[in-house]
Write a protein that binds this ligand. Structure first.
Ligand code: AMP
Ligand code: MG
Length: 420
């Protein structure tokens, strides 16, 4: 078997090469907020569907008011009104106006709106039969939203791959798209491997350890947009591991195990993948988490993460999350990376690339971004990840950092594609 160390970029490229966007499903469009669309959405009507008023006021013929001035008011006769859902079917002639509410259609003849606040009611209550005075000329189109301001019937209002926001799903609704196509949430099977692993409901005896990784991976998979499914804890026994992995592969779009992925005496994962499919890599320049096996098991992508909880979490972040996002149709690249001044020396003993758990904050006085690593980077510690908002990257070929260096911080607390 290989045991050839590859770069993280190579590993990521291999993983992304072996996953495809999942088939589309149709869901209520408001539910699509935050998920890339699987097809273009076309509006069936003009948006806005008709010219309408941007203000509560009076619909006028701009030409009628051309001579209006502070000392030369133009007086118009109010011949009708429009409120929500109440349409004035007549036309506004020379010397005439109608009272109009925001959003109401601009009547025939009228080409501008004057807001209520600057109109003086001379006679009547401001509705039909009243006479109102205008002291300002207005241009054609004043306070009018023209038909098709946002889009024309037949226009694409949102492209496949675009991710609607809450506002965006409102636009889809306006376009008549009550349902839209998105990529089905990939089903990600999670398996915990290790004879010492016990369910969290149990108090571990000496030599046993509670299953933390299943929780980490289930939560991270859901956060990435997948539908996680737990297949259970399995002992370090090749027959049982095979049985569970094959069952998961039959039911899932991707299978992720933790534990048993290194080259210890009881590590059967890589051998299993080799037997049932193809191992594409099993050793990455990455700390924590060098022992990561990736391959295809019966055409299903399989990721075997190290059992050390922080290593499993970082391995998921670097390899599984991008895969899940690709399946969901996301195109935004990796997490944002930000430079910050490190508050202390960072030693590095191994050649591998480090991703150290750290916390980024702004200095209260200088406003400068400063980053401090967790005191211990031991890969068994999950609390350090809980408190981290970034991972400080120390590349291969670097012997660490000195206090005060500007260092790259991977922002694991914000979405891919966020502009910093
Ligand atoms: P392994 O990758 O099997 O060599 O495991 C590495 C370390 O991670 C060992 O100390 C295991 O006990 C621990 N470990 C493995 N699986 C889990 C798990 N599901 N939850 C918590 N710790 C684990
Ligand atoms: Mg083990």
């Amino acid at each position: 078997m290989s045991k050839e160390m590859i770069s993280l970029e190579t590993a990521q490229a291999i993983v992304l090469d072996h996953v495809l966007p999942t088939p589309p499903e149709r869901i209520a469009s408001w539910q699509a907020a935050g998920r890339p669309l699987a097809e273009d959405v076309v509006t069936d009507i003009d948006l806005a569907p008709y010219a309408n008023s941007a203000m509560d006021g009076y619909a006028v013929r701009a030409a009628d008011l051309a001579a209006a001035g502070e000392s030369a008011p133009v007086v118009l006769e109010v011949i009708g009104h429009e409120a929500a859902g109440e349409v004035f079917e007549g036309a506004v002639g020379v010397g005439q106006t109608i009272r109009i509410m925001t959003g109401a259609p601009l009547p025939d003849g009228a080409d501008a709106v004057v807001k209520y606040e600057i109109v003086e009611v001379l006679e009547g209550d401001g509705n039909e039969g009243s006479r109102v005075a205008f002291r300002h000329a207005v241009p054609v189109g004043n306070d009018v939203r023209r038909a098709g301001l946002e889009a024309r019937a037949g226009d694409v209002v949102m492209r496949a791959g675009e991710v609607p926001s809450a506002a965006g799903v409102g636009l889809l609704a306006s376009a008549g798209a009550a349902e839209v196509a998105v990529h089905t949430r990939p089903v990600v099977g999670i398996i915990s491997i290790g004879s010492e692993i016990v369910d969290p409901t149990r108090v571990p005896r000496r030599g046993q350890i509670r299953d933390a990784n299943a929780s980490v991976l289930l939560a991270a998979a859901r956060e990435a947009g997948a539908e996680p499914r737990f297949f259970g804890i399995v002992a370090d026994d090749p027959v049982s591991i095979r049985e569970l992995v094959m069952r998961a592969a039959a039911e899932c779009d991707m299978v992720i195990t933790s534990g048993g992925a290194s080259s210890g005496d009881y590590d059967y994962v890589t051998a299993l993948v080799a037997q049932e499919g193809e191992v594409l890599f099993d050793y990455i320049s990455l700390r924590p988490g060098k022992a990561i096996t990736f391959g295809m098991v019966r055409d299903v992508p399989f990721l075997g993460l190290s059992g050390n909880p922080a290593a499993a979490a970082v391995g998921f972040e670097m390899l599984a999350r991008p895969a899940i996002r690709r399946m969901l149709g996301f195109s935004a690249g990796p997490r944002p990376v930000q430079l910050a001044r490190i508050g202390h020396d960072v030693p590095k003993k191994q050649e591998r690339r480090y991703y150290n758990r750290a916390r980024l904050a702004r200095d209260g006085e200088t406003g400068e971004l400063v980053v401090m690593e967790a005191k211990s980077q031991d890969s068994s510690l999950l609390g350090t990840l809980q408190h981290a908002n970034c991972l400080v990257m120390v590349p291969e070929g670097r012997r660490g950092y000195a206090a005060g260096d500007a260092v790259p911080c991977v922002r694991i607390d914000i979405d891919e594609g966020t502009v910093l």
